[in-house]
Design a protein around this ligand. Structure first.
Ligand code: DAH
Length: 357
């Protein structure tokens, strides 16, 4: 018994790898292993002999099995250490020139829009992507049963059962940042709010997450005329077409009164869209004079102040300007797409340096 123990414990300790260890296991405690065969001989022994040999053989079998398990774990640890040593890499190395990443069209267009509005004195304001339904709806004059809530395909955050605080939502538009900024800074105000928004919708021109930029100007005597001038300046600079025509169509939004949807001049030549020429129109944004209830919700006295607001889809602007046909590709992280439509990181858009390549 001692000889058997010495033989196998030494062999296990010396096993160089998993395969060698498995061979030893089969030889010792496998079905036809040396110890298993010895156990079969128990039947031929006298009752007395069996009483000592049986437990001793069982103990030896257990000892060998646990030695094998311990060795197997040690071999696995050693293999992992070896692999970690081999796969080490220096993350502080500089990027290789030709593999440098590109700036995503959404980031590029956000920078372009920001540069244009900054030139007209608009500051950038931000708000949370998860907001209360008060900021996203009520404060914007969309009360609980207003049809606009149903139309928005809102994502509601989960609430534990019995928790009846008002729900949080993934903001469906950037308009709640109007309210947050009014509360934080008061009037007068001249801001844009770019950022991600969410709606449960998916097809060639809709993704569940997309980007908008909100505009808001509040002062004592702001009018629709100021809105029109600001938007025309913006379109001329953004699409790089002087004298681009706009069309204001009467519309309805709960948060503005009056409200207008704005179209820009365009043409279709052989199925190709050209912005800033021709007799067709392309809808690009919603806008209007801020509703007195919205000013009041933001803590601003509507008898003293008034202003305009607008909301534009950033991804849509990028598609129109850079001829990108499918919105879904924006968020697929396909490297070939990103290399094709991406911008050089050193191409920072400015009005003096040029907005695009
Ligand atoms: N929040 C609107 C939407 O997501 C867009 C919008 C329309 C914003 C009119 C405005 C506005 O500020 O005045 O569809």
């Amino acid at each position: 018994m001692d000889d058997l123990r010495d033989k196998y414990i030494t062999a296990i300790a010396d096993a160089a790898d998993e395969a060698a260890l498995e061979d030893i296991r089969v030889q010792a405690v496998g079905k036809k292993g040396e110890i298993s065969l010895k156990m079969r001989e128990l039947g031929k022994m006298s009752a007395e002999e069996r009483q000592t040999a049986g437990p001793a053989l069982n103990a030896l079998k257990d000892e060998i099995n646990s030695a094998i398990a311990a060795k197997r774990a040690a071999l696995a640890d050693a293999a992992l250490d070896e692999r970690l040593r081999g796969e080490w890499l220096d993350v502080t190395l500089p990027a290789r020139h030709r593999r440098r990443g590109t700036v995503h069209p959404v980031s590029q267009v956000t920078e372009e829009v920001t540069a244009i509005f900054a030139d007209m004195g608009f500051a950038v304001a931000e708000g949370p992507r998860i907001d209360t339904d008060w900021y996203n709806f009520d404060a914007l004059n969309i009360p609980t049963h207003h049809p606009a809530r149903a139309e928005m395909d809102t994502f509601y955050m989960h609430r534990a059962e019995g928790d009846d605080r008002p729900p949080h939502v993934l903001r469906t538009h950037t308009s709640p940042v109007q309210i947050r900024t009014m509360e934080a800074r008061g009037a007068p105000l001249r801001i844009i709010c770019p950022g991600g928004v969410y709606r449960a919708d998916y097809d060639q021109t809709h993704t569940p997450m997309f980007h908008q930029v909100e505009g808001l100007a509040i002062d004592r005597d702001i009018s629709m005329a100021n809105l029109k001038w600001v938007l025309e300046e913006f379109f001329a600079a953004f699409f790089e077409v002087d004298g681009i025509k706009t069309r204001f169509r009467a519309s309805h939004f709960p948060f503005t009164e009056p409200s207008a949807e704005v179209d820009i001049q365009c043409s279709w030549v052989n199925g190709q869209l050209r912005i800033g020429e021709g007799d067709d129109w392309m809808e690009v944004l919603g806008s209007g004079m801020v509703h007195p209830k919205v000013l009041a919700a933001g803590g601003i006295d509507p008898d003293e102040w008034q202003g305009f607001a607008f909301g534009i889809g950033i991804d849509r602007l990028a598609m129109l300007k850079y001829g990108i046909p499918d919105l879904r590709a924006f968020f697929d992280s396909d490297l070939r797409w990103l290399r094709h439509y991406g911008f050089s990181a050193l191409d920072v858009p400015t009005l003096h340096g040029g907005l695009s390549r």
